[in-house]
Write a protein that binds this ligand. Structure first.
Ligand code: SAM
Length: 491
């Protein structure tokens, strides 16, 4: 048995401030919540179902920190800090959908990881994040807006943060979510959102209750001899059907390249799922059922990778202004929870063969060898620069691939100009973030894959002239990534 002491997580100082100031706001501005700190923790089951201000504020007081730490643990230990940094590194915008957001524990936990990456110098580029909080309770949205508004101003020097809310339950909230995401695409002028993270933190119980009550309604009609199976339940493959259909719709209509869905269920809320029924089904089983439904509905067209599913324990310190610390004097605590993490890769992106072939690591590696030779033939070639690139070759190529996948500003859009335009000299600035070597690799990579589809190239050192103007004009369907190609034209 290991006697290593667990590390107890605590709030980042900016989160401490936000948590405290939302309490101050409740105490000074929300009269109906008066006395929320004097409620007792008993009969939590009932308390969680009360939606008046006093109970909503009490849930914030008693549960926000524990929920937050579960999300924070999941983000850096299950998904991984490096993975998150990858989404943020070249992204125009990362979108976080906080389903059943309550006061925003999941959104705040995501923001904390970004703050830490920034503070530790692991993320040096500009970071843009859009948070969308979805909850049918307008009071929960009230707390969400207070939390996010506070964090937006306190992190303004680190992150470009925007947040929106939808006062409606999921999946009914699909239309406004769709609109917000489409607006993001429009304003960023990119063809697809490259990464959308959906966080379902402690919301499976309400999803499950809604599903069970729909089933009970249908059962009642069946018992009365009404045929409801023909139309209503046609596509019903179990718990999570409506949610999976809504996610599929978002992926296809926004469109989204990669959607990550993380679901967290709290062990000590297990009974919530069973309330009012004879069911002994646990939250863990419900989450697995939902994951299975997603596989059937979304996985029949798109590719789903199940990255993680299992129980975890998080150790943390209750912050000041939290029920457990204020009233019970409990500082260090730990709690168990279940996590499911799946990634959905859009079939539309996968079907865009030409784009995938150009940005494949094998193609970029081969292009590197050719680009290197081309550059070495130049009279004023900086060999040191080439050697430095070579030392970290795999990482550099992966970085370039990420940039291309992300339609990074510096690759895909420079005011309608090709990002790797040539010639360059000391007086001409290069596009942000793209080195001359990368430009050369990119042009060779395109020529390699598209070869005779390309009629003119203007490479820096190759005598061949290739124009990457219309690689899709050859009878095939115009690609979704056409806009990116569109930007990779000039001259
Ligand atoms: C236990 S709270 C969790 C809040 C927050 N995610 C957290 O972990 O602190 C569940 C939340 O889900 C919301 N909710 C209930 N039904 C929902 C639905 N169909 N879609 C989205 N949220 C829902 C409730 O209003 C409540 O705020």
């Amino acid at each position: 048995m290991s006697d290593t002491q667990p590390t107890y997580r605590c709030f980042h100082p900016l989160i401490v401030n936000a948590y405290t100031s939302v309490h101050q706001w409740i105490e000074t501005s929300v009269q109906d919540a008066n006395g929320y700190k004097s409620l007792t923790y008993s009969n939590l089951k009932r308390k969680l179902q009360e939606t008046d201000w006093k109970h909503i504020a009490f849930q914030y007081y008693a549960l926000f920190p524990a929920h937050y730490f579960k999300a924070a643990y999941t983000l850096d230990s299950v998904i991984g800090e490096e993975q998150i940094a990858t989404w943020l590194r070249h992204r125009q915008k990362v979108c976080i959908l906080d389903m059943g957001c309550g006061a925003g524990a999941a959104s705040a936990a995501f923001l904390e990881i970004v703050i830490r990456l920034k503070e530790q110098g692991k993320l040096t580029n500009e970071v843009n994040i859009l948070f969308i909080g979805v909850d049918p309770s307008h009071r929960a949205i009230g707390l969400y807006n207070q939390t996010m508004g506070n964090l937006k101003s306190s992190t303004a020097n680190l992150v470009n943060l925007n947040f929106k809310h939808v006062i409606e339950g999921f999946p009914n909230a699909i239309n406004p979510i769709n609109r917000y995401l489409k607006n993001e695409l429009l304003s960023s002028q990119i063809p697809c959102l490259s990464n959308v993270l959906v966080m379902q933190l402690n919301v499976i119980s309400p999803f499950s209750q809604i599903y069970r009550s729909c089933q009970a309604n249908l059962e009642e009609l069946r018992a009365l001899g009404v045929d409801v199976d023909e139309s209503t339940t046609e596509d019903d493959v179990g718990l999570g059907t409506a949610e999976a259909q809504a996610y599929k719709q978002l992926i296809e209509s926004v469109p989204v390249d990669v959607m990550h869905i993380v679901t967290i269920g709290t062990k000590n809320m297990e009974k919530q799922v069973q309330e009012g029924t004879n069911s002994e089904v646990t939250l863990e089983e419900r989450i697995k059922e939902m994951a299975n439904t997603l596989q059937q509905i979304v996985g029949n067209r798109h590719t789903i990778n199940q990255i993680n599913s299992g129980n975890h324990t998080v150790y943390f310190e209750n912050p000041p202004n939290c029920y457990w610390r204020d009233q019970k004097n409990v500082v260090e605590y730990n709690t168990e929870f279940y996590v499911d993490f799946q990634t959905v890769y859009s079939a539309d992106r996968k079907e865009d063969q030409e784009w995938n072939e150009v940005i494949s690591l094998d193609n970029l590696r081969l292009a590197w060898a050719r680009a290197r030779n081309n550059l070495l033939r130049e009279s004023l070639c900086d060999e040191t620069e080439l050697r430095l690139f070579e030392v970290e070759l795999n990482a550099k190529l992966q970085d370039l691939q990420e940039q291309l996948s992300a339609y990074a500003d510096d690759v895909a859009r420079i005011e309608e100009q090709i990002a790797y335009k040539f010639p360059k000299n000391v007086n001409v600035t290069r596009p942000r973030g793209l080195s001359r070597i990368e430009e050369e690799i990119l042009s060779v990579a395109i020529v390699q894959r598209l070869g005779n589809k390309v009629s003119q190239l203007r490479g820096s050192s190759t005598p061949v002239k290739v124009n990457v103007c219309s690689p899709f004009g050859l009878g095939g369907e115009r690609s979704k990534h056409e806009d990116v190609w569109g930007h990779i034209r000039s001259f």
